[in-house]
Ligand binder design. Sequence first.
Ligand code: DUC
Ligand code: ZN
Ligand code: ZN
Ligand code: ZN
Length: 483
Amino acid sequence: MTKVIRNGTIVTADRTWKADVLIQHGKIVAIGENLHADHEFDATGCYVMPGGIDPHTHLEMPFMGTYSADDFESGTRAALSGGTTMVVDFCLPSPGQSLLEALQMWDNKTSKACSDYSFHMAITWWGEQVFNEMAQVVDKGITSFKHFMAYKGALMVDDDEMYSSFKRCAELGALPLVHAENGDVVAQLSAKLLAEGNNGPEAHAYSRPPEVEGEATNRAIMIADMVGSPLYVVHTSCEQAHEAIRRARQKGMRVYGEPLIQHLVLDETEYFNKDWDHAARRVMSPPFRNKLHQDSLWAGLQAGSLQVVATDHCSFTTAQKRTGVGNFTKIPNGTGGLEDRMPVLWTKGVNTGRLTMNEFVAVTSTNIAKILNMYPKKGAIVEGADADIIVWDPKRKKTIAAKTQQSVIDYNVFEGIELTGLPRFVFTRGELAIQEHEVKVHPGHGEFVAREPHAAVNRALSQWKEITAPRKVERTGIPATGV
Ligand code: DUC
Ligand code: ZN
Ligand code: ZN
Ligand code: ZN
């Protein structure tokens, strides 16, 4: 059975043109004029774009004494409803656990995934076993490794572990990722705030100022440079981190930065809301920042110094958030956004002139497909690509409301935002998943996407070389020690 998307305007990261798209066996098989098929979908007045890819989700993740509320079924259904046709989730071994065993546990969660998915593997501890298993993880098509520089006593790795792991990534052609916040400083600031009686959600933001993110981003970049590795910095939220990334890129390093849609649109004043629930629902790390930081992130997307917009979707219900009443460090960190990322970015970015349509495709899909080595299978409208396609109606309107969302939580941090620009149709590997507000996809449709290691490493660009054969100086007349 063939399908054709007719009368639309195709928008990719580098071109805009009018053509029809023919789909067969889940792939794009032809692009041209006046194509016909068994099933025809009208895209008159719409843009036909590669499906979104969200490279940063935490679905059904054990975290801070609970599990994030959206699982692979509700999370990927939400993603598809907003035009995201693939997610990359994080597999988190507990410290001491085998990476392969953790991967099996994460794989077991995916049987009802509606969209395609892949994984990043987190390095939460270090030892010979981890060193060896990293190669096996790469062989399974997982070629990116995440390092938490925060969450002391839980997920955090120290510089010793990070240096060892980055070195191993460089050997394997894998991409290291960092959650860049100085976890030692955060722990001290948190303890001080609590001791002084600051226990509300606003103290969460005070405990994680932009400086702790800037410091950690600089440190991770320097360590990546020392081992000759590219680096991907997740949830870049502030100018200090962006500045470090800009500087590294200017020197020729392959360092990538990923703002979240939340940080682009919501600011720190949310934490000063008098309603405890309102503020706690917005507790995530890094926290929301002020307008100056937001402007820096938008400028980075425009200039290309930041490449990807993600969500860090890690949703918790109000009841889960309330475990932190009286102690902000116990509020589960995380917000949702999978369904909202693309329409909010279109409304606040394209409709305002901050981003072109082609830049929108680049930062929601194509750039990350290239960074994670799955282009042009994903992130492209070309013959042979997976038919992950959105037919985007720039005139369709909706007001964001928790009561109509796909996510299982009882609120939405974007509640009340009026959207102009939403999907008319969403296809996942050629199957119609969404028709406006109607969900058609079946749970279990999603497949794992394996990725190849990277050929590109920074080695040739790095200023620093590990000394492999240090020249020893033979000295005479060594002074005697002691008196
Ligand atoms: N930040 C969050 O807010 N939640 C999940 C993990 C993270 O780093
Ligand atoms: Zn993080
Ligand atoms: Zn995250
Ligand atoms: Zn299917």
